[in-house]
Design a protein around this ligand. Sequence first.
Ligand SMILES: NC(=O)c1ccc[n+]([C@@H]2O[C@H](COP(=O)([O-])OP(=O)(O)OC[C@H]3O[C@@H](n4cnc5c(N)ncnc54)[C@H](OP(=O)(O)O)[C@@H]3O)[C@@H](O)[C@H]2O)c1
Length: 282
Amino acid sequence: MTSTHQGKICIITGATDGIGKEAAMHLAGMGFTLGLVGRNRDKISSTLAEIQNATGNKHITFFQADLSLMKEVRRLAEEIQSTFDKINVLLNNAGAYIADFEKTGEGFERTFALNHLSYFLLTDLLLDTIKTTPNSRIVNVASDAHRKTNLNFDNLQGFNGYKGWPAYCKSKLCNIMFTYELGRRLEGSDTTANCLHPGFVNTSFGNNNRAGIRLGLTAAKAVSAINVKKGAKTSIYLASSSEVEGVNGKYFAKCKPKNSSPQSNVIEDQKRLWDISEQLLS
Ligand SMILES: NC(=O)c1ccc[n+]([C@@H]2O[C@H](COP(=O)([O-])OP(=O)(O)OC[C@H]3O[C@@H](n4cnc5c(N)ncnc54)[C@H](OP(=O)(O)O)[C@@H]3O)[C@@H](O)[C@H]2O)c1
């Protein structure tokens, strides 16, 4: 195990599958103490056993939460804080493409709630702990899919017309705009916030949808997706590499900073999204 990471605490959401699970496996091998978040009890048990058997790392705690529900995000944050008194890395990774409109019991559109509001709220609730941990990092998994859209602040949650793929793209644009605004707010502290595009990765992404969509995605993945080991590289890099110590407020792909779309860089829009998110969660 790499001793430089021994004793460092890394929280990863969406750790029971795909990119998050692969990142968890790798970071466990590097010696991190992990706080992993999953929603399905059976997948949590099997993932925990798999990571522990493969790496020998016993410092892994799993938390269960449906991150599309803000009451569960709040409970999760409390559980994390009563388990760990510091957080070196928060990797907001859980996300989904939800083809059909769904409103959660809390009245939010589910894609927006899971992919954006959960990143925003979990980060906010853990921020004091993160900021008091030296050289801490917040890493948000976004996507190049954000380039295909712009935010319409009058229909942020698709209540006046919802299309699944554009809603997903908008939520990933939110991840980037949130990261940039957060990065600015963190200036002068030794906590950093960065976001990333993992590539088009052969994971379970999209499998929650109806058969036609699953079939289309499976075919596209077979033709052009990279494997999950490659797909987790930038997440692992931003969570652990000394090369990015002090690097803040950037969008990465293939472990290198990259420009994001024009709207993602509009500071006024970043602030507006922040304010609206805060109001929705107040
Ligand atoms: N795959 C790609 O090509 C690609 C490209 C760009 C960006 N991304 C982003 O990468 C991130 C990870 O995606 P992936 O490809 O690894 O997908 P994945 O294989 O489907 O894994 C998603 C993870 O998020 C969890 N999750 C989903 N809904 C949840 C909920 N309501 N509450 C709590 N956890 C939930 C899943 O839990 P279960 O195990 O219980 O399902 C799983 O652990 C996402 O943010 C996605 O937007 C992926």
